[in-house]
Design a protein around this ligand. Structure first.
Ligand SMILES: Nc1ncnc2c1ncn2[C@@H]1O[C@H](COP(=O)(O)OP(=O)(O)OP(=O)(O)O)[C@@H](O)[C@H]1O
Length: 257
């Protein structure tokens, strides 16, 4: 597979603090990739570097071979990079449809476009179609605050999806969900991946990581310590040490993340 996204020798410092150190990895087109690691390992910082919230202190970030480090965050959405956040940032008092349409407005980023009735009716139709396609067609008019948490998490994903991304980055999509909701979310994300969208997922729920993702990159203290199949990650001595603090090679069932 060719790399959709690649990070090459990326570092990020905040003042004198090195948060990401010389990290390189590829996200192949069509992959379902997990980015995991203990708390504070630098996962969200990597997301912020890819989405353009931060500039790298060193190294290159490429999308389909194009260096994007200098491209502003808003323009990266247009290039095909979208993300949903760890904490739901839906507008609770608005309807499902209105929330999804806010995603379209954010993407357009131009007041003239937002106010055009023709544009709004096209957005409305596209948002309705997407909600229907993703199995959320029973909810478009409902106010988000009244919906179950599992549904709200899906709406957050759909709102990112409306930008028609090539790469969809999800930050802890299963946080706060019970087992049934998590299994449901996994099917939902598999459905999205089946349409050709590449997934990069930060997630602490290892059963979701194992069932959803084919590949994992593991960070520890801002450095990459594993880059390989998800099926092997929990057997890796460096990964076990990062999570448990001591060498645990051989204890293959230990849960990480
Ligand atoms: N803007 C910032 N200024 C200074 N330090 C920062 C900044 N952003 C993140 N950090 C530090 O960088 C380190 C990595 O943080 P980051 O949020 O990327 O980790 P994480 O792996 O996403 O953690 P978690 O799993 O707890 O969400 C932490 O020590 C954090 O305090």
């Amino acid at each position: 597979m060719t790399a959709l996204m690649s990070l090459t020798n990326v570092s990020k410092n905040f003042g004198g603090l090195a948060v990401i150190t010389d990290v390189s990895f590829d996200v192949p087109a069509g992959a379902r990739m997990a980015l995991i690691g203990p708390n504070g390992a630098g996962k969200t910082t990597i997301f912020n570097l890819i989405s353009g919230v931060y500039q790298p202190s060193a190294g290159e970030i490429r999308l389909e071979g194009q260096e994007i480090s200098a491209i502003p965050s808003r323009e990266r959405i247009g290039l095909g990079i979208a993300r949903s956040f760890q904490n739901i940032r839906l507008m609770p008092h608005l309807s499902v449809l209105e929330n999804v349409m806010l995603g379209q407005q954010a993407r357009a980023g131009n007041l003239g476009n937002m106010l055009s009735p023709l544009r709004r009716s096209r957005w409305r139709r596209e948002a309705e179609e997407l909600l229907e396609q993703m199995g959320l067609d029973t909810y478009p008019g409902e106010v988000v605050a009244t919906l179950p948490y599992g549904i709200r998490k899906k709406i957050e994903v759909v709102r990112a999806l409306v930008a028609k991304p090539k790469l969809l980055m999800l930050d802890e999509p299963a946080a706060g969900l019970n087992n049934t909701e998590t299994a449901n979310l996994k099917d939902f994300l598999m459905q999205i991946a089946a349409t050709g969208v590449t997934l990069l997922v930060v997630e602490h729920d290892m059963s979701l990581v194992r069932s959803l993702c084919d590949h994992a990159v593991v960070l520890n203290f801002g450095e990459k310590i594993y880059d390989g199949p998800t099926a092997e990650v929990q057997k890796d001595p460096d990964v076990l040490e990062a999570y448990l603090g001591t060498r645990h090679a051989g204890k293959e069932t230990t849960d990480v993340a």
